[in-house]
Write a protein that binds this ligand. Sequence first.
Ligand code: ADP
Ligand code: ZN
Ligand code: ZN
Length: 741
Amino acid sequence: MAAPHTVLRVALPLPVPRLFDYLPPDAETGHALPPDGLVGCRVRVPFGPRELVGVVVATGGPAPDAPELRAALAWLDNAPLLRGELLASLRWLSRYTHAPLGEVLATALPAALRRGDPLPDTHGWAWRKLSPGTTPTRLREGGGPQRLVALLDGGSRDEEALDERLPGWRTAARALATRGLVERFAVAASQLAPDPRPGPMPNPAQQAAIDVVREAPGFTACLLDGVTGSGKTEVYLQAIAACLARGRQALVLVPEIGLTPQMLSRFRARLGVPVHALHSGLNDGERARVWTAAWRGEARVIVGTRSAVFVPLPSPGLLVVDEEHDGSYKQQDGIRYHARDLALVRGKALDVPVLVGSATPSLESLHNARAGRYVHLRLRQRAGNAVPPVVRVLDVRKRALDAGLSDQLLQGVRAALDAGGQVLVFKNRRGYAPVLLCHDCGWSAQCRRCGSPEQGRPMTVHGAGRRLQCHHCGARQPVPMACPDCASLALQPQGVGTERLEELLAERFADVPVLRIDRGSTRGRDALQRHFATLGDAPGILVGTQMLAKGHDLPNLTLVAVVGVDEGLFSADFRAGEKLSQLLVQVAGRAGRAERAGTVLLQTHHPGHPLLQTLIHGGYAAFADGELPQREAAGFPPFVHLAMLRAEARPAEAPLAFLRAARDCLASTLAADATATLAFDGPVPAPMARRAGMHRAQLALSAADRRTLHVALDRAMPSLHALPEARRVRWSLDVDPTDLY
Ligand code: ADP
Ligand code: ZN
Ligand code: ZN
């Protein structure tokens, strides 16, 4: 029991790197202390005129000269929400990102709990018919309600099963419930599981990988480096099954786009326990429910996107990070954490194996594997009967192109369709055309709020040529009737985006469905699934951006046509080669994943480009073999450690002025330490020097060892916050930046 004079050290969600002291809420008025310890419990506290929700992260007696402390208003928990390993890992994250602990804890908690809501119930919901055996009259044959009644005739169904079996069932259920024909009832989460279905017999390479993970004595980092379709997911499933058999929880992280209903139902069907999904498509209540089910130890398998890395795991057994190279694991604002890296830190603290997998591992992970820090598990062949796709380069120099497509490519598409296959046309540019140009005077449509004041950024043409949109700030406007400079009517879209490709392909291949998949056409989590359902197994064409690059098993996809890789070949970003290689290999990997062999057509004006040649002849591994020594020679990650300070403001000079002052601060922190050197690159205007009217600049810091970088940042952060120049800008620190703009 805490002494009456206990002081609560509370982390509040405020951008200041300190804790705030409060006295416990008044016990006289019924606010009993939480019996299981105070650290990790939420409290509501007064803060100036406001009330905030914070987390107690330490307790102590008051310092002798402490001013009169205010008392917290109320306990929000009677058992710690954040305890043990999770709290320790979040403290680590706060140190590593140099962000206030209160903001880190607020990022880790689901929104409802952050606001102070009580822990929700964690049971599931199911539906049943009210008078079994009877068939209600006046239900339209084949309509939603009639199909739902038919399903429930076979017994009650939980909502997750309904999601899988009958898209749109909720409307039907509501209609039937109003008529008193069906009802919703609560069921314990553990009752929701189907019987586990056995998977295929693992091949020897898969078995070896499964054994390493299953027999790991404690924390072991494993890199599962397996070509697309090599059966990595099967390895995850078997390793998870072994973890469940020991009564432990498994956490599986998947990229934003990888978490499809298809993937979830594969997990549910195979594991025989409820699978809790945690992703951005859930509402606040649902997210808090999954988080709480994990906290209570009821959720045995949690599959989620980036922020799922924060779920509590009271009986941990295994952490899996699928497609570990994926960019969506890095949070690009607020607390800039990397979910894969945090998963490794947590696995170490929890002393359980961490399995990270990819067909195109990040160079960071490959470097760690080569240095012996990760066990390198390889799956070199596709599983089952599938064979690797054949890659053909189409040299389009001097050839006529129609909407950017060569005749050879169109013939290839025709042949694949005629053979009964499906085709994916990949183009990493959404919209109708990237530029709108006046053919008479050379004017082009630019966003006035982005780019430099002299040279704006081109606006993308959308809506079949009727709308302009800036992909940097979201600004929209109609296409002008005439050129604003010369009044000519000869305004022409230049270049090709996915919308224009869709238009051309629909015209050329009118006999098959043509579906466009990009952020414009595919909103909401089910949209993609609905697109695939429309296509079925019949011949058809998918046109799209990188949304198509992963996560979907389309057994009839036999041809992947890649157009417009050339833009990516000449980028200044040191990671451009890695990103382009990953994208190409992942897209190509969609072809021929089942019985039918696949082909990849790569249309380019640079058939001899070394990157393309390396990928075609040696695959991703050959690319990585060549790239790692180059990174080392050039002094780039993973051989040096980077951090990026960014600043933006309306006055053009303010960001650079702040960053210059910041550089001086940082340089002086290490001046006394002769062995530690910090290198600066900048400050310079950001590659995107202005966005939405804000001028932007950046300063890159690098050091050969991580410690030097963090020591310098630790020492300098308080001074940076206090700089007078800091008040004129919005600034942020990004440790291990993945994007350099
Ligand atoms: P990845 O995750 O590497 O892309 P998957 O695990 O999805 O690969 O496997 C690709 C396909 O191969 C799936 O249809 C899967 O059912 C099948 N498969 C995986 N392992 C085996 C195996 N050992 N024997 C037969 N088929 C397999
Ligand atoms: Zn003009
Ligand atoms: Zn803009």
